[in-house]
Design a protein around this ligand. Structure first.
Ligand code: IMP
Ligand code: MG
Length: 181
């Protein structure tokens, strides 16, 4: 059994301040064509990030596109099954495009690396990656996200879109899950 930490690891105010700053960092560094968001975990982050990006991009924001894909490798456990399944990439016109790939968290890194490889195979001009959370200690493959919201320790986190067995996603703060026995 698991229970939530007594206090949030990162509260909603901290998240929103950091997402606003992250949007400024991205807008200053990378003029992407399409923001691709990995469902389901990144949905809340993506909604907040795109609103903040629009504030700093000004008129350019009207030209930006968004597309959603479904990436899964976890099933209902806390450990990645290692088999990355991606749905929806085939519906996006990727040829020659500059992509900003957004996910909730980089853990082993295999999801992000797999997605970047698929995007390059599909003929994109450039792909850069953005994650809200990075667990560097858990990295198993060679990938460094270009834009990172928060570095976190090797703990399982939920809330703000992130789940455990599809629960906890609606919470506005990010919490740690702890084993109770
Ligand atoms: P990776 O391929 O091992 O980097 O795992 C990335 C995916 O695993 C993320 O997109 C999340 O969906 C999920 N994940 C990894 N760590 C956590 C966590 O602490 N909480 C919730 N989901 C996680
Ligand atoms: Mg995910």
């Amino acid at each position: 059994m698991y229970r939530m930490s007594e206090k949030p690891l990162i509260d909603a105010t901290e998240i929103h301040e950091r997402v606003a700053t992250l949007a400024r960092e991205i807008a200053a560094a990378y003029d992407y064509d399409i923001l691709i968001s990995a469902l389901t975990g990144a949905y809340m982050f993506t909604a907040d990030l795109t609103r903040e990006l629009a504030k700093v991009q000004g008129i350019n924001a009207t030209q930006k596109r968004i597309a959603f894909i479904k990436a899964s490798s976890y099933g209902e456990s806390m450990e990645s099954s290692g088999k990355l399944q991606v749905q929806g990439l085939e519906r996006i016109n990727l040829q020659g495009k500059k992509i900003l790939m957004v996910d909730d968290i980089a853990d082993t890194g295999s999801t992000l690396l797999g997605l970047c490889e698929m995007l390059r195979e599909a003929g994109v001009q450039d792909v850069r990656t953005c994650v809200l959370l990075n667990k560097q200690e858990r990295r198993e493959v060679d990938i460094t996200a270009d834009f990172v919201g928060f570095e976190i320790a090797n703990e399982f986190v939920v809330g703000y879109g992130l789940d455990y067995a599809n629960n906890y996603r609606f919470l506005p703060d990010i919490w740690t899950l702890q084993e109770t026995n």
